[in-house]
Design a protein around this ligand. Structure first.
Ligand code: FAD
Ligand code: UDP
Length: 370
């Protein structure tokens, strides 16, 4: 008999929920994490009294009451509403695209009807009934001026590819509203956990053995022998030693600075949409929690193509990678004792609420230990 029922690889949100729920069901689990800390990409660290989102800004938003209640059972959430601002050269605009954006951009636009008419004119000759790339989709959605000022530069920096070569789906989820409403998300519930995300993961992992600085792939044989089953939340292609080739990801480099001033940019998120600014956005962490500390912490985000050894962040969900992922999925189905979960295990862009829902749905199928 193995020492543990489950070995969970990765202490991110998915792995931590598995550990918590399996413990409740009576199973003995061991969590291994290759980083020096728990939490995966939602890890927050306190600097100058400010919870810094080390792996990029994380705003919890969902319309799923069950998911919202679940996360609220681990932390209190504040009333933060994400209202990013876009900076294009010497101009600032509200996001998502709404009446505040339109009236600032076009001095003769005051009403929703005028904004709709203006966008219609801007689409003009460029309208395409069935857009086949992101540029066509964006121009259909908001016309040429907004595309050129607020979408093209940002998107090409973020994805490292021309908009003409990107799928329309990337931009489809951006809201366009003919009301004065800067809330970036359409979801019913939204907020930031008071005290940071790491505290949530700590609660989930309470009473579970966790080994940090432990890379499963470097100790595959010993670790596999310790448990009957494995839940793997690392990258599926890496697990199989890139047998069919590497899946593509976008990576991000965060340049974080402590500044000796109370307020650097007046907002948690400012996107830099011009192509000649090398970073995509600047996060000022204290504004997620309405902080009034004497200092502030900012992070500039630089997007880059992932190469072996980098942190994989965004799966590149195009046809080529989709096909490659299917091959890994088929291979994984032969490994009866290994289950792949989470953003990297499933090679899917999962927001936190999707991650919670996905993990809970998997765990519902696991009976309590007899
Ligand atoms: P991860 O957090 O990546 O955890 C996987 C863990 O496994 C990592 O800690 C990793 O070190 C570990 N691991 C991997 N391989 C091994 C190995 N071989 N051995 C040991 N350990 C290993 N969602 C939102 O809802 N709102 C947002 O605002 C938001 N912003 C985001 C911004 C960025 C830049 C990114 C990349 C994602 C964002 N997300 C956001 C999504 C969110 O981060 C994910 O939903 C969530 O973190 C997924 O959790 P996970 O456990 O699947 O993956
Ligand atoms: N986007 C843009 N300009 C912006 C913000 C977003 O063109 O100022 C586009 C860009 O293509 C991006 C997509 O909208 O990839 C989705 O943006 P979002 O901020 O929702 O993505 P995230 O970075 O949170 O995954």
């Amino acid at each position: 008999m193995a020492e543990y029922d489950y070995l969970i690889v990765g202490s991110g949100l998915y792995g931590a929920i598995c550990a918590y729920e399996l413990k409740k069901k009576g199973y003995k689990t061991l969590v291994v994490e290759r980083r020096r800390h728990i939490g995966g990409n939602i890890y927050t660290e306190c600097v100058e009294g400010i919870n810094v989102h080390r792996y990029g800004a994380h705003i919890f938003h969902t319309s799923d009451k069950k998911v919202w209640d679940y996360v609220n059972s681990f932390a209190e959430f504040n009333n933060y509403v994400n209202c990013p601002v876009a900076r294009y050269k010497d101009e600032c605009y509200n996001l998502p695209f709404n009446m505040n954006t339109f009236t600032k951009l076009w001095k003769d636009v005051f009403t929703p009807a005028e904004a709709e008419k203006r966008i219609e004119e801007e689409r003009g000759q460029n309208y395409v009934a069935e857009p086949s790339d992101l540029e066509e989709q964006a121009i259909n959605l908001v016309g040429k001026t907004i595309y050129e000022k607020l979408i093209k530069g940002y998107t090409e920096k973020q994805w490292g590819r021309p908009c003409k070569e990107l799928p329309p789906s990337i931009i489809k989820r951006l809201p366009v509203r003919f009301v004065f409403d800067n809330n970036y998300f359409n979801d019913r519930y939204q907020g930031i956990p008071v005290g940071g995300y790491t505290a949530i993961i700590e609660k989930m992992l309470e009473g579970t053995e966790v080994r940090t600085c432990c890379d499963f792939l470097k100790h595959r044989e010993e670790l596999s022998a310790l448990a009957d089953k494995i839940i793997y939340t690392g990258a599926i292609d890496e697990f199989y030693d890139f047998e069919y080739g590497a899946l593509q990801y976008r990576s991000v480099r965060f340049e974080t600075e402590v500044l000796d001033m109370p307020n650097y940019q007046g907002n948690a998120v400012i996107n830099y949409t011009a192509a000649d600014v090398p970073y995509t956005r600047i996060i000022e962490h204290k504004h997620f929690e309405f902080g009034n500390q004497p200092k502030t912490v900012i992070s500039r985000e630089y997007s880059s193509e992932w190469k072996k050894g980098d942190e994989p962040y965004y799966p590149v969900n195009d046809a080529r990678n989709g096909e490659l992922y299917k091959k890994y999925l088929a291979l994984s189905q032969k490994d009866k004792n290994v289950f792949f979960g989470g953003r990297l295990g499933k090679y899917r862009y999962l927001d936190m609420d999707d991650t919670v829902a996905d993990a809970l749905s998997y765990l519902e199928g696991v009976p309590a230990k007899s």
